[in-house]
Design a protein around this ligand. Structure first.
Ligand SMILES: Nc1ncnc2c1ncn2[C@@H]1O[C@H](COP(=O)(O)OP(=O)(O)OP(=O)(O)O)[C@@H](O)[C@H]1O
Length: 509
């Protein structure tokens, strides 16, 4: 159905896709995998007519649809070819409802006349019906009249998918890491929904860093490395080991906590969490998990005033006010959100600036006049050296520390956020989904750095994550949240099955 021939793309003379040849078939799920920065999103952005491609000089090579050459220079041309895409970074309109987001630019109207289109009136009932239908088709249950801002990240993901599926005559659906913010149940629902979409004859390109999902849902898998197509596998030849070898070309060593720590003193006490409480102990690596919406993110987000919360917090015995971020920062408490686009990164600023933001006065080595920090200029040389070291240690793919963060691939932006937390060197770090959108090799690097921070800098680390297997490997204790309460705590040798059951409120509370 779709053929790519000798497709290449460069940004400012820097080649990021090199001579790609690929065939996509109708009714099949084609997996596309590769390390962070290998060119997956760029390839898909070409097919989707993304304006960053046209603005940076377009692409070279041929795209054939049903054997005929087509040119994709903008999004409308892509839509006209029946191509729909759900992006890695969500693109929804704040302040608008679920229905308005799903039906945007395709609103149903009544009394419409082509002569006077401005006289057309929206038909709310038909639009709501369409939105409901699109949501039901993917097994998502939500109020179509709800404003988008009130939804969780995973619910927003479903709205994006519903919006794309509401398009007429889709022939190719591109999904760029659609499951990265979903929990086990939602992922399962989405994967079976992807199969159903393919069974309707639609071609699906599925990008994911979770290789188990790729094995499960794909018919064919292609591997990109440094912008080149390394290999294509058919289902019978699938092997996680072979995928990993082709993606990163080096051995992946799983990070593991060497020895679980003994209980330290209480560093932070969170109480009145819907009648329960949680102690965070000095020097530990604590995991917090739960199914979506069970209140696990609310602890850090409430503490930092990002969401309304009513629990009480004490740090080293002293009461803290929720949302008093300057005091939290001054006490060495730091929060790294999973929503990097919204709260974590300055997209137009260079990589180095994003890495050191908020840490300048904590680290006098970044200042020229160390004796007078408040008046000092930044020591650019020291900062550049630090940024370069972080780029190497975290395997960040970028032109230089001066590149604006928006140029980096999604996974590499995430690594810049991690680099900032490492630079801040907090006493207590809350980090939400640190490995989301990260390739299999870099995941281990990040987990390893969190452990190093804990062991070398004595940072107490609290990881909120749905990646149970990772939590079991690196945490001293894992707390499960259920229905807004601290439900169960696991420590020592943790059993993954018991942990999974606990997510559903089963086990010894
Ligand atoms: N607008 C841009 N300007 C300059 N370089 C860019 C731009 N967009 C992408 N790149 C570069 O192209 C390369 C490929 O990026 P891309 O986003 O396609 O990677 P990816 O495989 O999707 O990675 P990830 O798994 O992290 O999402 C990266 O080196 C990135 O920095």
């Amino acid at each position: 159905m779709l053929e790519l021939k000798h497709l290449s793309k460069a940004f400012d003379g820097h080649t990021v896709l090199n001579d790609i040849n690929l065939t996509i078939l109708p009714g099949k799920v084609h997996g596309l995998i590769g390390a962070n920065g290998s060119g997956k999103s760029t390839l898909m952005n070409i097919l989707n007519g993304n304006e960053t491609i046209a603005r940076s000089g377009g692409y070279t090579g041929r795209i054939l649809l049903d054997g005929r050459d087509i040119t994709i220079q903008n999004h409308s041309q892509s839509v006209a070819c029946g191509i729909a895409m759900v992006h890695q970074e969500l693109a929804l309109f704040s302040g608008m409802t679920v229905t308005e987001n799903i039906k945007i630019n395709r609103e149903k109207t009544r009394f419409s006349t082509p002569l006077l289109p401005e006289l057309s009136l929206l038909d709310p009932n038909k639009n709501i019906r369409d939105a409901q239908h699109a949501l039901e088709a993917i097994g998502a249950h939500m109020d179509p009249g709800q404003v988008i801002d009130a939804l969780s990240l995973n619910q927003k993901q479903f709205v994006e998918l519903a919006r794309e599926l509401d398009q007429q005559n889709i022939r190719l659906l591109i999904l760029d890491e659609p499951t990265s913010s979903l929990n086990i149940t939602e992922t399962k629902a989405l994967l079976s929904c992807i199969r159903e979409i393919a069974d309707r004859g639609i071609a699906v390109i599925f990008i994911s860093h979770r290789l188990e999902e790729i094995m499960q849902v794909c018919d064919t898998v292609s591997v990109l490395r440094d912008g080149a197509l390394i290999s294509t596998y058919e289902k019978a030849d699938f092997s996680i080991g072979a995928f990993a070898d082709d993606m990163v070309g080096r051995k992946i060593v799983k990070t593991q906590r060497a020895a679980k720590k003994q209980k330290g003193d209480v560093l932070m006490q969170l109480s009145q969490i819907n009648g329960t409480e949680l102690d965070i102990r000095e020097g530990e690596v604590l995991g917090i998990t739960g199914l979506a919406g069970q209140g696990q993110e609310l602890l850090a987000e409430g503490l930092f005033g990002l969401k309304p919360a009513s629990f009480q917090a004490r740090f080293k015995g002293e009461e803290l006010s929720l949302g008093d971020n300057s005091t939290l920062t001054a006490r060495g408490i730091y929060y790294l959100s999973d929503d990097r686009a919204k709260t974590s990164l300055f997209r137009e600023s260079p990589v180095w600036k994003n890495m050191i933001f908020g840490t300048e006065l904590r680290h006098r080595e970044f200042l020229r006049w160390k004796a007078c920090p408040a008046l000092s200029l930044l020591d650019r040389k020291a900062i550049q050296a630090h940024a370069q070291a972080m780029i190497e240690q975290l395997n960040i793919v970028c032109r230089s520390p001066d590149a604006p963060v928006r140029e980096l691939s999604g996974g590499n932006q995430q690594k810049v956020c991690i680099a900032r937390a490492l630079t801040f060197a907090p006493e207590l770090l809350f980090v939400n989904e640190p490995t989301r959108g990260i390739d299999i090799y870099s995941k281990e690097l990040i987990l390893d750095w969190l452990l190093k921070m804990n062991e070398r800098d004595h940072t107490t680390v609290v990881i909120t994550s749905g990646e149970l297997e990772e939590l079991v490997r690196v945490c001293d204790r894992v707390v499960v949240m259920y229905q807004g309460q601290v439900f169960q705590t696991f420590e020592g040798e943790m059993n993954l099955e018991e942990l999974t059951l606990s997510l559903y409120g089963r086990g010894n509370a």
